[in-house]
Design a protein around this ligand. Structure first.
Ligand code: CTP
Ligand code: MG
Length: 232
C-alpha cells in the first residue's frame, strides 16, 4: 500500500477476550444492539481526519469481522492479528502506506470512544508528535503486596490512559521496530516512552471505558443508554 494519506487508523480487534470468556469473543458482543466492533468502526468512520481504516482481525476466524466491516467504506485493509496486542498493532502498521503522516491506534474493546476524542488526540499529535487520552485518577491509590498496604501513592501526577492514541508514523514504526519484545507494552505510547520520545496527554473521555469483563459490558450499556445512540 503506497497511498498518500495524512491519517490512517488501525483498529485492533484480534484478541480472544479471555477475561470476558465468551464465544464469539467480546468484540462481537452486542452493545445497544450493535457489536462492539461496529461501534469502533462507526466512531473512526465519522472522524473527519481519518481517511483510511486498517482493521486487524482474529487470525483463526476473520469472517465475522470482515462481514461487519463491509458497511464501512473507509476500511481499506483487513489483516490477521498476532498473539499479543502489540503484534496485532504491528500487523496493521506493516500495511500502513509509506506516505502516511499520522497513525491513530484504537481498541475495539473501547466502544464508547467518539470521533471528537479521535480528533483531539490527532490535533495534539500534529503539534507534539504523539498524543494519548487520559483522565486524572480520582481514587486513592495504594501499593499493596500480599494483601498488605505498602504505601499510599500520590495521585496528583497519575492518569489512566485510553485509546485512540495518535502518533507520527515514523515514530510509531521506530518504536515497534526498536523496542525489544520483552519490554512491558500495555499500549503503543509505552513503546515510545522506552525510546525517550515525547508523548502528550489530552483530556480523555470519562465514559470511554475498556470492556474487559461482563460487568464492564453492563456498565457500558448504561453509559450508552444515558447519552443516547449518537457518537459523542
Ligand atoms: N487485541 C488484539 N490482538 C491481541 C490481543 C488484543 O488485537 N492478540 C486487541 C483486542 O481485540 C482489544 C484490544 O486489543 O480490542 C485490547 O485488548 P484486551 O482488552 O486485552 O482484549 P483481549 O486481549 O481480547 O482480552 P483478554 O486480555 O481478556 O483476553
Ligand atoms: Mg488482552
Amino acid at each position: 500500500m503506497a497511498d498518500r494519506a495524512e491519517v490512517v487508523a488501525i483498529l485492533v480487534a484480534a484478541g480472544r477476550g479471555e477475561r470476558m470468556g465468551t464465544e464469539p469473543p467480546k468484540q462481537f458482543l452486542p452493545l445497544g444492539g450493535v457489536p462492539l466492533l461496529t461501534h469502533g468502526l462507526a466512531a473512526l468512520s465519522s472522524a473527519p481526519s481519518v481517511e483510511t481504516i486498517i482493521l486487524v482481525v482474529p487470525q483463526e476466524d476473520p469472517a465475522p469481522a470482515r462481514a461487519l466491516a463491509a458497511s464501512f467504506p473507509r476500511v481499506r485493509r483487513i489483516v490477521p492479528g498476532g498473539m499479543t496486542r502489540r503484534a496485532s498493532v504491528a500487523a496493521g502498521l506493516a500495511v500502513v502506506g509509506e506516505g502516511t503522516d499520522y497513525v491513530l491506534v484504537h481498541d475495539a474493546a473501547r466502544p464508547l470512544a467518539g470521533p471528537r476524542l479521535a480528533e483531539a488526540v490527532l490535533a495534539a499529535a500534529r503539534r507534539w508528535g504523539a498524543a494519548i487520552p487520559g483522565v486524572p485518577v480520582r481514587d486513592t491509590v495504594k501499593q499493596v503486596a500480599g494483601g498488605e498496604v505498602v504505601r499510599t501513592v500520590p495521585r496528583e501526577s497519575l492518569a489512566t490512559i485510553q485509546t485512540p492514541q495518535a502518533f507520527r508514523t515514523d515514530w510509531l514504526r521506530r518504536a515497534h521496530e526498536e523496542v525489544p519484545a520483552t519490554a512491558a507494552a500495555p499500549d503503543d505510547a509505552a513503546l515510545l516512552e522506552v525510546l525517550g520520545l515525547p508523548v502528550a496527554m489530552v483530556e480523555g473521555q470519562r465514559d470511554n471505558l475498556k470492556v474487559t469483563d461482563p460487568e464492564d459490558l453492563a456498565l457500558a450499556e448504561i453509559l450508552l443508554a444515558r447519552r443516547g445512540r449518537g457518537p459523542s
